[in-house]
Ligand binder design. Structure first.
Ligand code: OGA
Ligand code: CA
Ligand code: FE2
Length: 490
């Protein structure tokens, strides 16, 4: 019994096993015991090794299998945009929304990556990734020349208004409401806690005073005019700060007179409705945005109207976020109706910005993304050595990314990250952007903002509310006799 076993074992031992000992060397009986234990150890290692290899192979197989699966899905969706684009929903509000609320996000892959998208029948567009932070894309020829002209003419017909009116609004109210002492304010502003206020500490906190954009030079002028910086070192001590009255600061600014170029934004704009009954070009544009973003149509349809903006020569828009951060108390402007609470924190909840260039600007007027794909985002680092990266009149050339306005091109980006569960997450601070000063000619752009409430239930309630209202209106249209009272009233 033993022998065959030993033999079999000997046979099965792989090459590292000692060669069979010559028979005549019988005294090495001890050695055979030794070789058995040696053989056992080798076998254990061998099995562990084989199992490891098998496990590794299985892991690699399944991992690459799922990746291959998803990337092949992506490729097929890219090569034929029909698959990824949501079918055009003729209903304005989607009753199935609550069941399948999910926000697809387009993959950027890498900067410079170009994917084909199908936005209009019989035509393919190319969509290029411009940055990953924020997730930003450019689509040339999104609008035809004719469509651009129609949008501009419609805006002109409607009439444009000043984007920023120069009405001073008391900024003091918040400080007064919060009841902060000068020391407390000083400590909040003194970011590096060195007991002095550097110009960038003041500007980081409030670049904008009554709608006026402050630069480091402005600040120096104000200090000089109000004799605020006694020792002339360009910094404010707590004592100097305490003596600088906020009213005096404000009066000084307004007395100097405010030019349009000193405002946050120097442009005119109007809003164009894109729903039923709107001009075909505007409706087409909205449908194209639905296909581009792959979002539920109802979400896009319930978003803000199209904003058309005109910058004259010398016009600009300093860098900003289109939508604010979300705190637990934050409410969205668009779902206010469905929210049961009122909150002092309200923002426009613009999940996506789609920006259309309606003309090619002769010179300047680029859209700048000063911190796109930056390694880090730090608010304090935005002003360094008198260079304010948010200032699009002076420092556009120092930002990380600029898009040249070309007629018919669209760019779009996500102002919020994903929450990892298919819904809106935190604000993407890297989405900071602005309009560089137009140095020659005029600039026409249009914004399509897609509003999504980061609170999933609030968005769902809002959509339900709107669809109920719409079906009631439709009912009334079908049976006008039900509404005789109203008619009589009218
Ligand atoms: C805006 C905006 C950029 C541009 O209108 O919100 O950021 O290039 N515009 O005009
Ligand atoms: Ca300081
Ligand atoms: Fe913007």
């Amino acid at each position: 019994m033993m022998e065959p076993q030993e033999n079999t074992n000997d046979d099965s031992v792989p090459s590292p096993a000692p060669p069979p000992l010559p028979r005549e060397r019988i005294p090495v009986q001890k050695g055979s015991v030794c070789s058995r234990s040696y053989f056992m150890v080798v076998m254990v290692f061998f099995h562990v090794y084989v199992l490891n290899v098998i496990a590794l192979l299985l892991y690699v197989h399944y991992n690459s299998g799922s990746e291959a699966g998803s990337s092949s899905r992506d490729f097929s969706s890219r090569s034929n945009g029909h698959k990824v684009a949501e079918p055009l929903d003729p209903q304005p509000a989607d009753p199935g929304f609550t069941r399948r609320m999910h926000l697809p996000r387009i993959e950027g892959i890498r900067v410079g990556h170009v994917q084909k998208v199908s936005l209009v029948p019989g035509k393919m567009h190319e969509m290029k990734t411009l940055s990953l932070k924020p997730l930003l894309f450019e689509i040339p020829h999104f609008l035809s020349e004719e469509e651009c002209s129609v949008v501009v003419r419609l805006a002109q017909l409607k009439g444009l208004m000043e984007s920023q009116v120069m009405v001073p609004e008391g900024q003091e109210e918040l400080n007064q409401q919060l009841n902060l002492s000068p020391e407390e304010i000083f400590n909040l502003l003194d970011l590096n806690q060195d007991g002095q206020l550097q110009p960038h500490e003041i500007l980081t906190h409030s670049r904008v005073r009554d709608g006026i954009w402050l630069t480091p030079e402005n600040l120096r002028e104000i200090y000089a005019g109000l004799k605020a910086d006694h020792d002339g070192n360009g910094l404010l001590s707590l004592e100097e700060f305490g003596q600088l009255s906020s009213d005096a600061f404000q009066r000084f600014l307004l007395q100097r007179g405010v030019k349009r170029s000193q405002l946050v934004r120097n442009s005119r704009h109007t809003w164009l409705y894109q729903g039923q009954g709107a001009h075909q070009v505007l409706r087409d544009l909205r449908n194209r945005v639905i296909r581009l973003t792959r979002l539920p149509p109802s979400l896009v349809e319930l978003s803000e109207p199209l904003q058309v903006v005109r910058y004259e020569q010398g016009g600009h828009y300093h860098a900003h976020h289109d939508s604010g951060p979300v705190y637990p108390e934050t409410t969205c402007t668009h779902t206010r109706l469905a929210a049961n609470t009122t909150s002092p924190f309200q923002t426009s909840c613009r999940y996506i910005t789609v920006l259309f260039y309606l003309n090619t600007v002769e010179e300047g007027g680029e859209t700048t993304f000063p911190v796109a794909d930056n390694r880090t985002y730090e608010e304090v680092s935005l002003i360094q050595n008198d260079v304010d990266l948010l200032d699009t009149r002076k420092h556009c050339d120092k930002g990380n990314l600029r898009v040249k306005p070309t007629k018919g091109t669209a760019v779009f980006w996500y102002n919020y990250l994903s929450d990892g569960r298919g819904w809106v997450g935190e604000q993407d601070e890297y989405s900071l952007h602005g309009g560089c000063v137009v140095t020659r000619g005029t600039k026409w752009v249009a914004n399509n903002w897609i509003n999504v409430d980061p609170d999933y239930h609030r968005q769902a309630r809002y959509q339900q509310l709107v669809s109920q209202q719409e079906s009631q209106e439709q009912q009334l249209e079908k049976n006008p006799e039900q509404n005789t009272d109203t008619h009589q009233d009218l």
